[in-house]
Design a protein around this ligand. Structure first.
Ligand code: PLP
Length: 404
């Protein structure tokens, strides 16, 4: 089966360290799951405006990819923020404010949280800070678009632009926090800083819980393609599936941009690897060169494969979802949001990889649509004016129109 929509994977690697028969044990529970997840679920589902995000069936695209079913978890509507990130960053801020009150009896207005971001995590932290009434300072690197900065400012954050890439912005946030007594709410973990990112990841797990609840038990996916930046999302979802489904869990394939493939390189090297340089990819949310320490600790034993794709593959998938095959819904999906789908379509055309992944015409594939058009101007530019006009017409129309 070949498809002309995206190219074959730039790189692909099966993870030989995964032992699928091993139960989810104490070492894993110390990082994610169990009671800590139950608490995250209880709190996030109690927030005003909470609703599970849609799980869309894309049967036309599934047929083209030679698989039996394709489900797209559309995180665009998540709390009105446009991405899954609200589940993590805002949850961590909520917990911090709670502890601040409980332990120190202090008012959250005296608390300042800070983070580095490519856009979506900062938006989630800014929104979470607004919910609990604390201050928020966000650090962005050179390539973060003006549209994404403006969105964070709308949620009340002070945004500071710094030279370098995402990892440089992480270091700036850490230094500013140390100097000013702020608290870093990062989605990435490093030696000595793991507790807050762990809570961020705990929040992400709710997304997979919702997806499984949406499907009849006979329809549990056989494969999940999830995009990786620092690896927090992929690790949270892989851990959730391992804990919940055990040896019968779906195979998890982590998809990265070829310009920022730090997780794939870490798997190949058998230990955490850093990709340096500009990490110049349009998939801004995935432009990360340093894996998150605890995410990697989970992924190296929970992810079945790692692969990389090109920017052009992401754009092709944005366009495909904007104008899908007849019968599939039109989906507004941003450049990082489509990477999981691009990963599926890339391997769909490679017989050897299909065989290695046990993927065939009966497979049920879940991809995570992690963002909508979080930067609407860039979205319109990437899909082109005529498609953008078509999508705008669909958006302003009714649900029935969007299904055509
Ligand atoms: C839209 C989108 N998808 C996926 C990711 C990847 O998440 P992680 O960095 O936890 O791997 C990000 C991270 O910012 C993102 O913004």
């Amino acid at each position: 089966m070949s498809n002309a929509i995206v190219g074959l994977p730039v790189d692909f690697l099966l993870n030989s360290r995964v032992d699928r028969s091993r139960p989810y044990g104490g070492a894993e529970l110390a990082v994610l799951g169990g009671k800590a997840y139950a608490e995250a679920k209880r709190i996030i589902t109690s927030w005003p405006g909470y609703a599970p995000t849609p799980l869309l069936s894309l049967s036309g695209i599934a047929a083209g990819a030679g698989v039996g079913a394709l489900y797209y978890k559309d995180e665009g509507p998540r709390f009105g923020l446009g991405s899954f990130k609200a589940l993590g960053g805002a949850y961590a801020v909520n917990r911090l404010a709670h502890e601040w009150k409980l332990r120190d009896g202090r008012d959250p207005s005296q608390l300042t949280v800070t983070c580095a971001t490519d856009g979506n995590h900062g938006r989630a932290v800014a929104w979470g800070a607004g919910q609990v009434g604390c201050k928020c300072v966000v650090f962005v690197h050179e390539l973060v678009s003006a549209g994404r900065v403006a969105a964070m400012e709308r949620y009340g954050a002070e945004v500071r632009r710094v030279p370098g890439n995402y990892d440089d912005a992480v270091h700036h946030a850490a230094a500013a926090a140390k100097k000013n007594g702020w608290i870093v709410v990062s989605d990435t973990s490093y030696a000595g800083y793991t507790e807050i990112p762990r809570q961020v990841m705990q929040g992400y797990s709710l997304l997979m819980d919702e997806a499984l609840q949406h499907l009849p038990s006979a329809d549990v996916p056989t494969h999940v393609f999830v995009q990786g930046g620092v690896g927090g999302l992929a690790a949270a979802l892989a851990a959730y599936l391992w804990e919940t489904c055990g040896a019968d869990r779906p195979r998890v394939i982590v998809v990265e941009p070829d310009k920022a493939d730090c997780l794939l390189r870490s798997c190949r090297a058998g230990g955490l690897q850093i990709v340096s340089g500009k990490l110049d990819t349009i998939m801004a949310g995935l432009a990360c060169g340093e894996p998150s320490l605890i995410a990697w600790e989970m992924l190296h034993k929970a992810a079945d494969a790692f692969m990389s794709i090109r920017d052009t593959d992401a754009v092709a998938c944005m366009r495909l979802l904007a104008k899908p095959p007849a019968g599939d819904p039109c989906v507004v999906a941003g450049e990082s949001g489509v990477a999981g789908l691009a990963g599926l379509l890339a391997v769909a055309g490679d017989q050897a990889i299909r065989a290695a992944l046990g993927m065939d015409a009966a497979s049920r594939v879940l991809v995570i649509g992690t963002e909508a058009d979080t930067d609407p101007e860039l979205y319109a530019e990437l899909i082109g004016p005529s498609l953008a006009a078509r999508v705008a017409r669909k958006k302003s129309g009714d649900v029935a129109a969007a299904a055509n």
